[in-house]
Design a protein around this ligand. Structure first.
Ligand code: PEP
Length: 261
């Protein structure tokens, strides 16, 4: 069975300018170095806003940091008259590895449908960027259909119709748990992650399912991360608010230290 390296991803959302972003990444790097963090045990990535990407890429490059870089969105188009959009090609040129697609805030405030998400995943694959595809149910959907139905449906819609699947990550983020302090139970996160993985195996192959990392996201903190990552079904976390604090985020990245507690 493929070994899946845990993935700790920090979504800064619309916070921090590029100077604050540089300071945060420097502090995160020192904190992790002080704690002798081994990146082979847990990969760490930050997802700053677009205007910070170039500065942070320069820092990562110049100082040889092992922290990875992701963008919060990608255009479905490669170039042309799409004012305000950022292409996969431009992101790839900044040595970006990952791109968030279909975050619930984009689905909710920018009307991103499953079709838009699918087109953005296609753009990420075209430019060799790894999409981190966000899926999750609202409270109403949870009550009407249970926890797994919407995330599984959104996952399959995002992955449908591609000539070939590149590497991708799924982030299961119940909408009712994002930024609310209300968290899913570790059992719920593991159960939904398993159903997503089973659906990927059925639709594509066991091999694709085995190598796909499935994250949990929604009010994750250093104090609750271990509960989620104790399950072999959950391969990491997507963190919003707590990723803006270098010490807290490094505590999350070092979740293995508190697995036995
Ligand atoms: C997110 O924005 O993806 C998220 C999980 O936010 P928070 O950790 O703040 O709930």
């Amino acid at each position: 069975m493929t070994k899946r390296i845990p993935f700790i991803a920090g979504n800064w959302k619309m916070n921090l300018d590029h100077q604050q972003g540089i300071a945060l990444v420097q502090k995160l790097d020192w904190t992790l170095k002080d704690a002798a963090h081994n990146y082979a045990d847990a990969e760490v990535a930050v997802f700053p806003g677009f205007t910070s990407l170039r500065s942070i890429q320069t820092l990562i490059d110049a100082d040889g940091l092992e922290i990875k870089l992701g963008a919060q969105d990608i255009s479905a188009y490669d170039s042309g008259a799409y004012t305000g959009e950022v292409s996969g090609q431009a992101l790839k040129k900044l040595a970006i590895d990952y791109v968030l697609i279909g975050h619930s805030e984009r689905r909710q405030y920018h009307n991103e449908t499953d079709e838009v998400v699918q087109a953005k995943v296609a753009a990420a694959f075209r430019h060799n960027l790894v999409p981190v595809i966000c899926v999750g149910e609202t409270l109403e959907e949870l009550e009407a259909e249970g926890a797994a139905a919407v995330p599984v449906r959104q996952t399959l819609a995002a992955l449908a119709g591609h000539d070939a699947l590149g590497e991708f990550v799924i982030a299961y983020e119940p909408v009712w748990a994002i930024g609310t302090g209300q968290i899913a139970t570790p059992e719920q996160a593991a159960s939904v992650a398993k159903k997503i993985r089973d659906a990927i195996a059925t639709e594509f192959s066991e091999d694709v399912a085995n190598k796909t990392r499935i994250l949990y996201g929604g009010s994750v903190k250093a104090a609750n991360v271990a509960g989620f990552l104790r399950s072999p079904e959950v391969d990491g976390v997507l963190v919003g608010g707590a990723s803006l604090d270098a010490v807290e985020f490094s505590g999350i990245a070092r979740f293995q230290k508190h697995l036995d507690l």
